[in-house]
Design a binder for this molecule. Structure first.
Ligand SMILES: Nc1ncnc2c1ncn2[C@@H]1O[C@H](COP(=O)(O)OP(=O)(O)OP(=O)(O)O)[C@@H](O)[C@H]1O
Ligand SMILES: [Mg+2]
Length: 206
């Protein structure tokens, strides 16, 4: 499902098979498959949280109530609640958490493997960052972009192979955004449509 990055896939597999956790953080530009990676891990039974969304269940509650073996935190730079952050820090390190609820103290134990993603690690607290093996994913090169888009459009979106390759080629002339290629694909049934849509897009490009 994820095109490329075989080495990162292998590293994650090794982490999950290890006796003790190795936490992995993916840092990179928008549209570089970070969330896709996390979704693949979710399919292995991970508990998926997007930090900063309005859900009231915080990381601390999830850790304490569910003690997941795999915790996935997308947009991890948005974890701002101090209780969540400190629960995450101790749990990642020691597999142990103590919380006071309704005036009662409770303790839970369990190993957790944490997988996170963010666009930039600048706002991440240094002690959180240090608990992860960090992988910086660079924006795609033109060649990577063409291969990823052609495969993604034809396999996932069922676009005809030749049309998919054409979209990859034409969009790749001015951007390496996979999302842009997807947008063009959604409104193009022929190469003529592709040309027409791209000329409109280009006319209003910044
Ligand atoms: N290597 C890839 N293989 C397959 N699909 C990809 C790849 N890279 C990007 N895509 C596609 O591009 C879109 C964006 O990917 P994704 O949501 O994983 O990006 P992201 O890195 O999480 O970006 P953001 O930082 O904006 O959240 C998705 O539809 C995804 O399927
Ligand atoms: Mg994402």
């Amino acid at each position: 499902m994820i095109e490329g990055f075989d080495d990162i896939k292998e590293f994650i597999r090794r982490s999950l098979n290890a006796e003790e956790p190795v936490h992995v953080l993916l840092v990179g530009a928008p549209g570089t498959a970070k969330t896709l990676f996390l979704m693949e891990i979710e399919r292995l039974g991970g508990r998926f949280i997007t930090a900063g969304t309005s859900t009231r269940v915080g990381i601390r509650d999830v850790l304490f109530d569910e003690t997941p073996r795999i915790l996935i935190v997308d947009e991890v730079e948005k974890v701002s609640d101090q209780k969540d952050l400190s629960a995450l820090l101790t749990w990642m390190e020691s597999g142990r958490i103590i919380v006071t609820k309704h005036g009662m103290q409770g303790e839970k134990r369990g190993k957790v493997w944490v997988f996170g993603a963010c666009n930039s690690d600048e706002k991440l607290s240094p002690e959180l960052k240090d608990r992860f093996q960090v992988f910086y994913i660079k924006s795609y090169t033109e060649e990577q972009f063409r291969r990823i888009v052609a495969n993604y459009l034809s396999k996932r979106m069922k676009v005809r192979r030749d049309l998919a390759a054409y979209i990859a080629e034409r969009v790749g002339e001015y951007t390496t955004s996979v999302r842009e290629a997807v947008r063009v694909a959604r409104i193009s049934k022929s190469k003529k449509d592709v040309d027409s849509n791209i000329s409109i897009i280009k006319k209003y490009k910044e």
